[in-house]
Write a protein that binds this ligand. Structure first.
Ligand code: FEO
Length: 170
């Protein structure tokens, strides 16, 4: 496997693992705060990120490279509100999207079209994840401090089964 591609994919492994750990910390915070629907959503999201990481690990190894299993920095574990959580989540996803775009750029520079093809799944995934986070933030803005609204928001989030196949929480 081309060394430059191997290195940038290994960097992406760490980014996905970091996402998983951050969302796990958010889920745990929400669970302790009794915001159970949001906690379920974030636990699921954390699992999704681990799946993204595994996809990269398997791809590198199957292509004759060597996946590096990274150590992860301690994530933020205290949060002020749901709005803060989803703002951080969106900010984080935008960062990940930029990293994915960089991987795609390097694939083209290195004329590695099979990795380029593999990365298209991640490109589509980022579009969905960013749209979902924006949608959730819009809803939270609308709800403001309305307790009944927040209760319904949390309940709706719990019933959101698969974040990959939905771009909204209705
Ligand atoms: Fe795997 Fe949310 O980026």
């Amino acid at each position: 496997m081309n060394k430059r591609i191997e290195d940038i994919l290994n960097t992406q492994i760490k980014a996905e693992a970091t996402s998983s750990q951050l969302y796990l910390a958010m889920a745990s915070w929400a669970e302790c705060a009794g915001i159970n629907g949001t906690a379920e959503f974030l636990y699921k999201h954390s699992d999704e990120e681990r799946m993204h990481m595994l996809k990269l690990v398997r791809f590198i190894n199957e292509r004759g490279g060597k996946a590096e299993i990274p150590s992860i920095e301690l994530p933020q574990t205290e949060f002020e509100s749901l709005t803060q959580i989803f703002s951080l989540l969106l900010e984080h996803e935008i960062k990940v999207t930029n990293m994915i775009n960089e991987v795609v750029f390097v694939c083209l520079e290195e004329k590695d079209y099979s990795t380029h093809n593999f990365m298209q799944w991640f490109v589509a995934e980022q579009l969905e994840e960013e749209a979902l986070a924006r949608n959730i933030l819009d809803k939270l803005k609308m709800i403001g401090n309305d307790k009944a609204g927040l209760y319904l928001f949390d309940r709706d989030l719990e019933t959101l089964q698969n974040i990959n196949t939905s771009s909204g929480i209705e």
